[in-house]
Design a protein around this ligand. Structure first.
Ligand code: FMN
Length: 412
C-alpha cells in the first residue's frame, strides 16, 4: 500500500502518486478504468452472480440514466493555477479520511464473490476511506469492527416487528462496535423486481438449478472463494434467526425486514443512536429539509444505483437542489452512477462532500479477487487527483468553485 500520509499532508508530487505501488501498476495496465473491470468480471464468476451485482430494475434504464447523467456533466477549468496533484484528504462527520470516496452498502456482495464484504472492509481500512456495511450483507457488524475500525459506516433497513426490537438491537450493536456513521435507507418502500437477477435464477432462498450448478462448476476461482468463505448471507441477521442455516436466515430476514422508515421512526432512531446519522435514498430537497429538522446529520443522495425502479431521476441531477436546501446544515454524500474519479470530481463540483460507489466494487472483486477492492480505491483516488489537478482545484473543496455545465439539473 502506498503512503497515505503523503496524500494527507499535501506533499504533492507532480506525477501519479501510485507510481511506486507495484500491485497498482500491474493491474492498471489491464484495467485502466472501471469499465475494463466490468468487462472482465463475468469471466470469473457464475453468471447469476454477475447479473445479481450488475442489474438494475426493469430494463436497466435507470442505471443507464445514472451513467448518462454523469457523462453529460462538463467542467470548465482554470489553468495557470497549479502544476501539482492536490491532496485529497477530507473530514466527514468528524473523521478524517484519505479521500472523499466511499464504498456504498450492499446486501449481497458475497453472492458476487464469497467473502467480498470483508475484502472491501479491509481495503477501505488500509486506504482510509469509508466502508459501509449493508445490514443484509455477508459479514457481521462485529467482524467489520475488527478489520475496519477507523472507517466503519453501517446501513440499516427497517426491522419494525415487536416495536423495532431487532432494529434497536442493531443500533446498540453498532454503538458497541464503534460504528462511525449510521445510515438508514429510505428508498425501499416496496419490493421491486430486478429483471436480470430474476432471469438468472435468483430471488428468495438460494436453490441452484442445473444451469446455476454448471455456472459455478466452470468458475474455479469463485468456487475456491466459496470453499474458503462459505455462502455468508445475512450474517448480521443470523443471530436473530437462531443461528440457523443460510436459507432459513434468508427467509427470516425477508419476513422481518421491509418497508421504508417513516419520519416518526426516523425520529425514534435519531433518539436511540447518539453518533452521526445519515438518511440514504433522498432525492427531493423537501425530504432533505425534513431530515435535517429531525436532527439528521447527513443526506445520502441516492437512487439505489437504479435498482429499485427504472423511472427514477439520477441522483446527480437532484444533487444541486439538495445542496442549496441543506448543504450548509448537513453533510451531503452521493451515490448512483459513480464509475471514476472524474465522476467524484463532478459530484464535488456540484456541492457533494463525498461520493460513494457500489456496483463497480463488485466488478473489481469479480475481476481481480482479493486485489480488486484495493485496486479500485487507488484507481478512483488517482483519477480524482488528476481530475482536480486538471481543473485547477487545490483540494476537494475547491472543486466547488468550478464552472459546471449540467444540462440534467432538476429545478425544484
Ligand atoms: C448488489 C447491490 C446490493 C445493494 N444492496 C443495498 C442494501 O442492502 N442497502 C442499501 O441501502 N443499498 C444497497 N445497494 C445500493 C448501494 O448502496 C448504492 O446506493 C448503489 O449501488 C450506488 O450506485 P452504483 O451501483 O451505480 O455505484 C445495493 C447495490 C448493489 C449493486
Amino acid at each position: 500500500m502506498h503512503d497515505r500520509t503523503a496524500l494527507d499532508n499535501g506533499a504533492t508530487q507532480s506525477f501519479l502518486p501510485m507510481g511506486s505501488n507495484p500491485r497498482f501498476q500491474k493491474h492498471l495496465k489491464r484495467f485502466p478504468t472501471s469499465a475494463f473491470l466490468r468487462k472482465e468480471a463475468p469471466r470469473h464468476v457464475p453468471r447469476f452472480a454477475f447479473e445479481y451485482g450488475d442489474t438494475g430494475a426493469g430494463n436497466d434504464v435507470g442505471v443507464a440514466h445514472n451513467w448518462n447523467a454523469f457523462d453529460n456533466i462538463k467542467v470548465v477549468p482554470h489553468y495557470g493555477v497549479t502544476n501539482k496533484l492536490p491532496p485529497t484528504a477530507v473530514d466527514l462527520f468528524g473523521t478524517r479520511y484519505a479521500a472523499p470516496i466511499g464504498i456504498a452498502p450492499m446486501g449481497g456482495p458475497s453472492i458476487v464473490w464469497p467473502g467480498a464484504d470483508l475484502l472491501m472492509a479491509k481495503a477501505a481500512q488500509a486506504a482510509r476511506v469509508p466502508y459501509t456495511l449493508g445490514v443484509a450483507g455477508g459479514a457481521t457488524i462485529e467482524q467489520v469492527a475488527k478489520v475496519a475500525p477507523d472507517v466503519f459506516w453501517l446501513q440499516l433497513y427497517r426491522f419494525a416487528k415487536n416495536d423495532h426490537k431487532i432494529g434497536f438491537d442493531l443500533v446498540d450493536r453498532a454503538t458497541a462496535a464503534g460504528v462511525k456513521v449510521l445510515a438508514l435507507t429510505l428508498d425501499v418502500p416496496v419490493r421491486t423486481t430486478r429483471s436480470r437477477e430474476t432471469y438468472a435464477g435468483l430471488g428468495g432462498a438460494f436453490k441452484p438449478n442445473l444451469r446455476m450448478i454448471y455456472e459455478m462448476a466452470i468458475r474455479p476461482r469463485w468456487l475456491l472463494a466459496l470453499l474458503r468463505n462459505g455462502y455468508p448471507r445475512f450474517a448480521t441477521i443470523r443471530h436473530y434467526a437462531g443461528n440457523v442455516g443460510t436459507n432459513d436466515t434468508i427467509n427470516f430476514a425477508r419476513s422481518e425486514m421491509g418497508g421504508a422508515f417513516s419520519w416518526e421512526e426516523v425520529a425514534r432512531y435519531r433518539d436511540r443512536w447518539k453518533g452521526p446519522m445519515a438518511l440514504k435514498g433522498i432525492l427531493h430537497p423537501a425530504d432533505a429539509e425534513k431530515a435535517v429538522s429531525l436532527g439528521v446529520d447527513g443526506i445520502w443522495v441516492s437512487n439505489h444505483g437504479g435498482r429499485q425502479i427504472e423511472a427514477i431521476a439520477p441522483s446527480i441531477d437532484c444533487l444541486p437542489g439538495i445542496v442549496s436546501a441543506v448543504g450548509s446544515k448537513a453533510t451531503v454524500v452521493l451515490d448512483s452512477g459513480v464509475r471514476s474519479g472524474s465522476d467524484v470530481m463532478r459530484a464535488l463540483a456540484l456541492g457533494a462532500n463525498a461520493a460513494f460507489a457500489g456496483k463497480s466494487f463488485l466488478w473489481a472483486v469479480a475481476a481481480l479477487g482479493d486485489d480488486g477492492p484495493a485496486q479500485l480505491i487507488d484507481l478512483y483516488i488517482d483519477e480524482l487527483r488528476a481530475a482536480l489537478g486538471q481543473i485547477g482545484a487545490l483540494s476537494p473543496a475547491e472543486a466547488r468553485a468550478a464552472k459546471v455545465l449540467h444540462p440534467g439539473r432538476i429545478e425544484f
